[in-house]
Design a protein around this ligand. Structure first.
Ligand code: COA
Length: 322
């Protein structure tokens, strides 16, 4: 039997500064009522200049290692899911590696927008199952406030900053029932123009701002995520009744509620943080997981379904026995 990837520790970091809808409405042509009604968001965190993807990712990773009772010497590799890295290179993961005092193994960044954490979990899980590594930090860390177009009220009110991390360890032994049971990741590049950043360091004079055709993204999100949920359940011969917790990507309350209804899960079995974090892209799923883990809602033995979708389009799921 190949080893299982156990979520040995879970951690998070949020910038100190909280910005409410009302505060945003002082500089953006919007209202608290519009934002709440369309998205469920009431506030978000804004990173200070020193709170970069590497800084926040390091803090979340430290918290995950502490939660696991693990040391930097237990880390064989670091994967940071981010679309807002500190630098084109070195990878954010290597800045995290140095800050943590990890002196061995590998590190790289993974760009899959809001599905980045689920993608990174999938890659890390494959590496652990194949015996390439025994301890991997998987981090989602984002500073979307640095790529928002503050003149576009249709997008700038939707996002926030933060980081979440898990420390995966190889679990062995006959009949082990814990850990990542499955991951599924998908992409459809032909839909690249409905949600994108219009530049990057490789483009002349284009630092890049987020552009979104919200209604189209909404339509695809509901369809694709419903398919992803069905795929994860079918692959494990499970039914919605088996799921203890849904930890969805936190983009919009209406999409989250639609997924909860699809699974027939009571509202109190769906972890919701979009109201106080807004959309933190690759950080949103691990931030939500960390919150429900820390406050004791999610417990060891629970069956948890993670799902996410982002610009690309990219989407996927991970089914985990905590
Ligand atoms: N404040 C006030 N009014 C706003 C606004 C804001 N922040 N943003 C847009 N509006 C206005 C528009 O100008 C438009 O006005 P008009 O009818 O006078 O032209 C009206 O609200 C409707 O705009 P629209 O963009 O069609 O709204 P919507 O109902 O589609 O809701 C989203 C917008 C973004 C909330 C919604 O499309 C959505 O959630 N999409 C999915 C987003 C998502 O999940 N993205 C992340 C995936 S990773």
């Amino acid at each position: 039997m190949p080893p299982r990837s156990i979520l040995a520790g879970i951690g998070a970091y949020l910038p100190e500064r909280v910005v409410t809808n009302d505060e945003l409405a002082r500089t953006v042509d919007t209202t608290d009522a519009w934002i709440q009604e369309r998205t469920g968001i009431t506030q978000r965190h804004f990173a200070a200049p020193h709170e970069t993807a590497a800084f926040m990712g390091t803090a979340a990773a430290r918290a995950a290692l502490a939660d696991a009772g693990a040391q930097p010497s237990d880390v064989d590799g670091i994967i940071v899911a981010t679309s807002t890295p500190d630098q084109a290179f070195p990878a954010t993961a290597l800045r995290v590696q140095a800050a943590l005092g990890v002196t061995k193994g590998f590190g790289f960044d993974l760009a899959a927008a809001c599905a980045g954490f689920v993608y990174a979990l999938s890659v890390a899980d494959a590496m652990i199952r194949s015996g390439q590594a025994r301890g991997i930090l998987v981090i989602g860390s984002e500073v979307y406030t640095r790529i928002l177009n503050w003149q576009d009220r249709g997008t700038c009110v939707l996002f926030g900053d933060g980081a979440g991390a898990v420390f995966l360890t190889a679990g062995e032994g006959a009949g082990i029932d814990q850990g990542i049971l499955s991951t599924h990741i998908h992409a459809q590049g032909t839909l690249g123009d409905i949600l994108y950043v219009d530049g990057a360091v490789g483009q002349p004079d284009k630092p890049g701002h987020l552009v979104m055709h919200g209604r189209e993204v909404f339509r695809h999100a509901v369809t694709r995520l419903a398919e992803a949920v069905e795929e994860a359940l079918a692959a494990n011969s499970l039914t919605p009744a088996d799921i203890d917790w849904l930890v969805p990507h936190q983009a919009n309350r209406r999409i989250i509620d639609a997924m909860g209804r699809k699974l027939g899960l009571a509202a109190d079995r769906v972890v919701v943080t979009v109201d106080h974090h807004a959309n933190t892209s690759a950080a949103s799923v691990p931030l939500a997981l960390a919150e429900a883990w820390k406050d004791g809602r999610i417990k060891r033995g629970d069956l948890v379904l993670l799902e996410a979708l982002g610009g690309g389009l990219v989407w996927g799921s991970a089914l985990v026995r905590i």
